[in-house]
Design a protein. Structure first.
Length: 104
């Protein structure tokens, strides 16, 4: 006699944060008004998190990660950037970026 397995994640559609729905970093940062300089893997931009006069912010276009060499602001993706820039919580930022799937 075998035990029956409890029913888990059966028919419910997935909802919540979906990383695949995040905007493409290059398009996102452009839309946020950042001018990206440089031709390498890391782009430079004027940092929006402090009173920047020369491009101190480094942005990775593959992951969307960013780091400021002056004020130390940093994050791993465009979601982290959006949360910090607009003072949003995780879920609010995910929804603002259309990366939050709702149950239908
Ligand atoms: Zn900065």
């Amino acid at each position: 006699m075998s035990y029956a397995h409890p029913t888990r994640g059966n028919t419910r559609k997935p909802f919540g944060f979906n990383r695949n729905l995040l905007p493409i970093p290059a398009e996102y940062y452009h839309e946020q008004g950042l001018k990206l300089f440089g031709g390498g893997e890391w782009k430079n931009a004027i940092c929006p998190f402090h009173d920047d006069t020369k491009p101190s912010l480094r942005v990775r276009l593959d992951t969307g990660g960013y780091r400021c060499m002056v004020c130390g602001a940093h994050g791993g993706d465009v979601l982290a950037f959006h949360m910090k820039r607009h003072s949003l919580r995780f879920i609010e930022a995910a929804k603002a970026l259309d990366a939050w799937e709702v149950e239908r």
